[in-house]
Design a protein around this ligand. Structure first.
Ligand SMILES: Nc1ncnc2c1ncn2[C@@H]1O[C@H](COP(=O)(O)OP(=O)(O)O)[C@@H](O)[C@H]1O
Ligand SMILES: [Mg+2]
Length: 305
């Protein structure tokens, strides 16, 4: 596969440990895990896997350690069809770990062990520089790495999250064509409290002025708004049975990117994005399972208008 045909996802790779409990333990309480799941995780990996499942050639740039966990995660990513040749293996480092406590009501708490050595540096990004048709940058990485990633990107640039509020922020935002943020991140970007669709559309319009397309979620379980030069759409959540929203934003970003990178229209991108998100909330853990039949099911049910 020629790198120039790939989407490059720049973001976190980690080991995800999901522990399902009936009720979240309180202080000085313990809970028995009903199920333990271990999987390839981290937002960068989730987005890359989702893109691969959607049939897009994809490479991943993130950092793992030099421990056996890293071997296992990279093998899993390869098995998912992700080109992991850009992944940095940091010597003397333990691979990142994200523990998610998930209760029977779909509420979660994460404990993240993602110290600096498992985050990308500017040098990591420059060393991995390669031509790609699209670069998706997940903004929980240090701003120097995010800026290097958008600067060396040639094709479509998609940002996911909210950039750190520092001197690089304006340059990172200016380099993007598409920006996707959840309600919290959208609030950080615009200073608005994104609890309803009207506020979210106004906020997204403000963000979009510098981009081709912006999408922002509203409320914790409200929906998403999509705004581009020629129009806007609001999607409210359908009747998906929510087990765990983890990774739904990553699937949403991947769905959107899939259509845009193929030259599709925003309306079509929104539909696939919303279906991919809905298909990801019904199972525990952030790893997507975007099979054609699940996507068809949710495409039929999408409430976009
Ligand atoms: N019931 C639901 N059906 C469909 N999509 C949902 C549902 N609940 C939440 N979502 C979507 O899940 C996404 C979660 O985004 P985000 O918090 O960024 O997740 P993550 O960062 O874990 O990928 C949002 O875009 C939201 O609209
Ligand atoms: Mg997110």
């Amino acid at each position: 596969m020629d790198a120039a045909d790939q989407v490059l996802v720049v973001g976190q790779v980690a080991r995800d440990l999901v522990l399902r409990v009936a009720e979240m333990p309180g202080e000085r309480e313990s809970a028995r895990a009903r199920q333990r799941l271990e999987m390839l995780g981290g937002k960068g990996a989730n987005q890359a896997v989702a893109l691969a499942q959607l049939g897009v050639p994809v490479a991943l740039l993130g950092v793992v350690g030099d421990d056996p966990v890293a071997d296992d995660l990279l093998a899993r990513a390869r098995g998912d069809g992700v080109d992991v040749s850009p992944v940095v293996r940091r010597a003397g480092t333990s691979t990142g770990l994200i523990v998610s406590l998930l209760d029977a009501h779909g509420q979660w708490r994460y404990v993240e062990d993602l110290p600096e050595p498992v985050l990308l540096t500017e040098d990591d990004v420059l060393l991995a520089a390669r031509p790609s048709r699209c670069t998706v940058v997940q903004l929980q990485q240090p701003s120097a790495a995010a800026l290097a990633a958008v600067r060396q990107a040639a094709g479509l640039v998609v940002l996911e999250g909210a950039p750190a509020d520092d001197e690089r922020r304006a340059a990172i935002l200016a380099a993007a064509h598409v920006l996707r943020a959840d309600a919290k991140e959208g609030g950080l970007l615009t200073g608005a409290d994104l609890t309803d669709p009207e506020t979210a559309v106004r906020a997204a319009r403000e963000v979009q002025r510098a981009h081709d397309l912006a999408l922002v979620a509203f409320g914790y379980d409200g929906g998403d708004v999509f705004v581009w030069r020629g129009g806007s759409l609001v999607s409210t959540h359908g009747d998906a049975h929510v087990v765990d929203t983890t990774g739904a934003g990553d699937a949403l970003t991947a769905g959107l990117t899939t259509v845009l990178v193929r030259g599709g229209e925003p309306e079509e991108a929104v539909e696939l994005a919303v279906a991919a998100a809905a298909a990801t909330v019904e199972h525990p853990g952030g790893r997507p399972h975007l099979t054609p039949s699940r996507l068809r099911h949710f495409l039929r049910r999408a409430r976009v208008g």
